[in-house]
Design a binder for this molecule. Structure first.
Ligand code: PRX
Length: 630
């Protein structure tokens, strides 16, 4: 696939993509291997909603990630794996080896009865086998559901049960910096309530002692010995599901966002090449975890579709010290580096002295993703990591969008700190007001919607299409609603200002306030809770919980500890509140709705401008909350 080379080419490509989207995307799709071509490029309506790309086309995404490259790139490195401990061995896997390993594991899955359409859950550390198994699912048409290995047993079980997975892939343990965590124990606990799982295949990573259930659990290294490495691809329809990935919403349980084969493939490669301006032989490193969408699209699929070398990192940015990221950049001569603002802010706090041993001379492009990047972090990244010569690409997108929608193209689009700048070709953003009317012109602010389909957009929420319609397509008729607020400046550049719904973005991780409240409410002494986000210097947003308790004689410190542990058990450490305040009442309207707007302001220490409180059932609770802040 050819990439855009200049800003004028971007402008003309954008124009083409708007005037004739079908012709535009057909040209891009033609660069892939299809078993048979589509008979129609696009079917769509945003009411049901129904979106189909490359209708009737047949393909397999792994043929395009692997087999397609064997002629010209079989000995090129596909994956460089950097272990948690820098003293351990680095693993490099060529395209040929990756093809073999994926095919072998595909046969393992088949030998466990996995068929096209079955759902497979992956709960694994950042090791090459995670990428291999993800691709193996895709190769045989099984739908992968990767669950981030920081989630608790309960959260894992909820996701396995929702997707009715029949195989779980996990490991004995995982290393994260100085910590070692026994994943198999967590998996065992989850499986107590998951009847659909017939086989659990366990990778040996830490070598710790675990229990194996004879009729259900199998060792990875033994299973791959039992099969051969020849596995033809399963022919998939362009609109067959490729994967499910759970994400948090503003209400209820996590949603299984579903992406389909053809459109996702085309957009993953297109966006990867253009945003990062990938050139043959560039070394590319995205620091995300494959448990999130960034890892799916920009560690595994995008780079491998482009035939790139992609780095997978097992560890954390501060182990063995806060220079680890930069050490890896120098060691592997990384050209394109993609991380989250939280990591940048956390490393910024260590000062610039720590950067001295590193050259960082190989870097050309620096990416940012997952949350708004503040001006200070942007400038620090630009100056100290990019040495003022790298382009910063602030990429805005979501689990539901499958790929980057608004972003500069590296060294092509003029950047502006804190701005995601311009939509990629094919993307038609619009800003709407509270009544759903599109706000035309520049220097405006409102809610961000997309008014035309793009190939990698969400198709449905697994087993709950109505929810897909309600959440994304009902707020503003005929438009996809992102849940984000947005500003368009006088030059027409976009800046994403953050969520406008009850979702908090903690360190780039999306957490629903309702989910955290449900977790807190599991504690036997909690009567009611309300959770909001507050501005946090490193995490972007922190979690603030207001909690009403039953009468008790337990100390506050102990209660806080117990409640944090409850949330840890229900969801996982990422959802633990940063601040807990016990209150006697919550600000509610006469119809019983909690006025979160007020709670958000209090959490941010903004007491003077609480807006209209006259509609509250009992306005005195507000003063009582402020008075009792510790
Ligand atoms: O609020 C936006 C924020 O992250 C949300 C999507 O989260 P998730 O589905 O977990 O995907 C994260 C990785 C793509 C968005 O609704 N977000 C993501 N990127 C940016 C951002 N906010 C501001 N600027 C960004 N570049």
């Amino acid at each position: 696939m050819k990439k855009i080379e200049s800003f004028s080419e971007y402008q003309s490509e954008y124009q083409k993509s708007i005037e004739n989207p079908e012709l535009f995307w057909e040209e891009k799709a033609n660069t892939f291997n299809w078993v048979s071509k589509w008979n129609k490029v696009l079917n769509w309506e945003f009411q049901s909603p129904k979106v189909e790309w490359f209708v009737g086309g047949k393909l397999n995404i792994t043929e395009n990630c692997l087999d397609r490259h064997l002629k010209s790139k079989s000995n090129k490195i596909a994956i460089i794996w950097e272990p948690n401990n820098p003293k351990d061995e680095i693993i490099k896997i060529t395209y040929k080896e990756l093809h073999q390993k994926v095919s072998t594991f595909s046969n393992v899955l088949k030998s466990h009865g996995v068929r096209k359409g079955d759902r497979i859950c992956l709960y694994m550390p950042m090791v090459p086998e995670l990428a291999i198994a993800t691709l193996a699912c895709a190769r045989i048409g099984a739908v992968h559901s990767v669950v981030f290995a920081g989630f608790s047993a309960k959260a894992l079980a909820e996701r396995i049960n929702d997707a009715e997975c029949n195989v779980l892939l996990t490991s004995d343990g995982q290393y994260r910096g100085k910590k070692q965590l026994c994943l198999k124990n967590i998996a065992d606990e989850a499986l107590l309530s998951c009847d659909s799982i017939k086989s659990c295949i366990v990778l040996k990573r830490t070598g710790e002692k675990i229990s194996m259930r004879l009729d259900r659990d199998f060792w990875w290294h033994e299973e791959i010995q039992k099969v051969n490495s020849f596995c033809p691809v399963e022919v998939m329809d362009s609109e067959d599901p490729l994967f499910i990935l759970y994400t948090s919403g503003s209400t209820g349980k996590p949603k299984g966002v579903q992406h389909h084969c053809g459109g996702y493939m085309v957009y993953a490669e297109y966006s990867f090449r253009n945003v990062f301006q990938y050139e043959e032989n560039d070394i590319y490193w995205c620091t995300a975890d494959i448990g999130w969408i960034t890892g799916h699209s920009y560690i595994v699929y995008g780079p491998l579709l482009a035939g790139a070398t992609t780095i997978m990192f097992e560890g954390v940015p501060t182990y063995p010290n806060a220079g680890r990221f930069w050490d890896i950049c120098d060691k592997h001569q990384v050209n394109i580096f993609y991380t989250a603002p939280t990591a940048i802010r956390a490393l910024q706090a260590y000062g610039t002295e720590i950067l001295k041993p590193y050259s960082l001379g190989s870097l050309k492009t620096l990416g940012s993703v997952g949350e708004p990047i503040n001006e200070e972090a942007w400038q620090w990244y630009f100056k100290n990591i990019g040495k003022e010569k790298c382009a910063i690409v602030d990429t805005w997108w979501q689990t539901e969008t499958g790929g980057i929608l608004i972003s500069p193209l590296s060294h092509i689009t003029k950047t502006k700190p804190t701005y995601a700048t311009l939509p990629l070709p094919g993307i038609q953003p619009c800003i709407v007001d509270a009544d759903g009317c599109e706000i035309i012109g520049n220097d405006v602010q409102g809610n961000l919607c997309i008014k035309f389909p793009w190939p990698s957009m969400i198709r449905t929420i697994y087993r709950d299409h109505q929810r897909c319609k309600d959440v994304y397509f009902s707020t503003y008729k005929g438009k996809y609603f992102t849940g984000d607020g947005c500003r368009r400046d006088t030059d027409g550049l976009y800046r994403i200002t953050g969520r406008v719904d009850d979702v908090i973005n903690v360190s780039g991780h999306r957490i629903g306030t309702a989910e955290v409240e449900n977790g807190i409410n599991e504690h036997h002494l909690v009567i009611e809770s309300a959770v909001v986000g507050f501005t946090h210097p490193i995490k972007g947003q922190g979690i603030y919980a207001y909690i009403i308790l039953e009468k008790n004689s337990i100390s506050e410190d102990l209660l806080i500890k117990e409640i944090l542990e409850t949330v840890n058990i229900e969801i996982g450490p990422i959802a633990k509140p940063d601040k807990i305040q016990f209150v006697s009442g919550l600000p509610k309207t006469r119809s019983g709705k909690i006025m979160r707007r007020i709670l958000r302001k209090i959490a941010d220490g903004n007491f003077s401008d609480l807006g209209d409180t006259s509609t509250l059932l009992d306005p005195t609770v507000v003063n009582s909350i402020i008075y009792n802040i510790k």
